[in-house]
Design a protein around this ligand. Structure first.
Ligand code: TYM
Length: 332
């Protein structure tokens, strides 16, 4: 039997290169060898209170962009999380065995306390149990995600194992984060520090739907410095980030060309950025063109979402039936 894979993306806007190389490209490659469920995590995005119109628009974006990246709805199951109410039921059960201390210690919760101090809601606190429910709902063992999700996977294993111990079962397998590159990926942003992330603003991200003009403009403004001060010096973070971005879109020859210019103190960042922008454009163009095409086809999107919801609910309801039995809910 094929192993099961689950992964999701919060619909908060458009997908960027971090989402693509951290998660989506792995989904796309996995779909022919695994039993794959890819979903749009719209329940998760309620923690930030989007307006109904924004929420719907974001969900549509992610659906279009998943498909444009090559996820094939005939091979894998693509669905919208809120179309599968079983996930909310499993979330409730997992919350009964999730402890305040461990939820408060999660890095993503601590980040949110800092970034949205006026809206520290219970949904943020219990985000890891909803994510665990997403994964355990299909009894997945592999989860293609970026490095930032590693701790959530650890918590998912804790919650699944705790359920198994409590109900003396081995019903939930242990899921692990997965990337074809052996290490989990963290794609840097353009601001010279940290990962590519929508919460750091649009100028920090290259979106899959960005036009060539926008890519050139954003990359030309990427943070750099005044150049190396000695030969073969270690690159500071902002410069290393530019090279790391090159690693995902440029050829090995291009990278070693700029690397040796850097080591000889002959590098001109303007030239490096021009090359990086052109390589990003080459990478993005076919995806952007498919995004434009698919965006127009509402009836196809509707059909994909309906078909996906039916398939996801089949697997989800089987799990919930079994979980209810294990917990001791019995009919008279
Ligand atoms: P989200 O929506 O923040 O990001 C979606 C996916 O993109 C990856 N990612 C990155 N990878 C590498 N470098 C980056 N700069 C970068 N930025 C984002 C993320 O690691 C993620 O894989 N909690 C999840 C969504 C989710 C989920 C799940 C994922 C909910 N339930 C169940 C897997 C399984 C999240 O907020 O991802």
């Amino acid at each position: 039997m094929k192993e099961t894979v689950v992964s999701g993306i919060r619909p908060t806007g458009k997908l960027h290169l971090g989402n693509y190389f951290g998660a989506v490209t792995n989904f796309v490659k996995m779909q022919y060898d695994y039993n794959c469920y890819f979903f749009i995590a719209d329940l998760h995005s309620l923690t930030t209170h989007p307006t109904p119109d924004d929420l719907h628009g974001y969900v549509r974006h992610v659906l279009v962009e998943y498909l444009a990246c090559g996820i094939n709805p005939e091979e894998s199951t693509i669905y919208i999380q809120s179309d599968v109410p079983e996930v909310a039921e499993l979330y409730l059960y997992l919350n009964m065995n999730a402890y305040l201390g461990e939820l408060e210690r999660s890095t993503s919760f601590k980040d949110k306390i800092r970034s949205q101090p006026d809206n520290v809601n219970a949904g943020l606190l219990t985000y890891p149990s909803l994510m665990a429910a997403d994964i355990l709902l299909h009894r997945a063992t592999k989860v293609p995600v970026g490095k930032d999700q590693e701790q959530h996977l650890e918590m998912t294993r804790t919650f699944g194992n705790r359920f198994n111990r409590l109900y003396k079962t081995d019903f939930f397998p242990e899921p692990y984060a997965f990337n074809y590159a052996q290490n989990l990926v963290k794609v840097p942003g353009l601001d010279g520090k940290g990962k590519m992330s929508k919460s750091e603003g649009d100028s920090n991200c290259i979106y899959l739907s960005d036009s060539p003009e926008i890519i050139r403009k954003k990359v030309s403004r990427a943070v750099s410095d005044s150049g190396p001060t000695s030969e073969n010096q270690t690159k500071p973070e902002a410069i290393q980030n530019l090279f790391d971005l090159m690693k995902i879109v440029s050829s090995a020859d291009t990278i070693s060309h700029f690397d040796s210019l850097y080591n000889k103190m002959e590098i001109r960042y303007g030239d490096l950025k021009k090359q990086l922008a052109e390589d990003m454009i080459i990478f993005n163009t076919p995806i952007r063109e498919r995004i434009e095409e698919l965006s127009k086809d509402t009836s196809y999107l509707r059909q994909v979402a309906r078909h996906g919801a039916l398939k996801a609910r089949e697997s989800a309801s089987e799990t919930i039936r079994e979980v209810r039995k294990l917990i001791g809910f019995k009919s008279f």
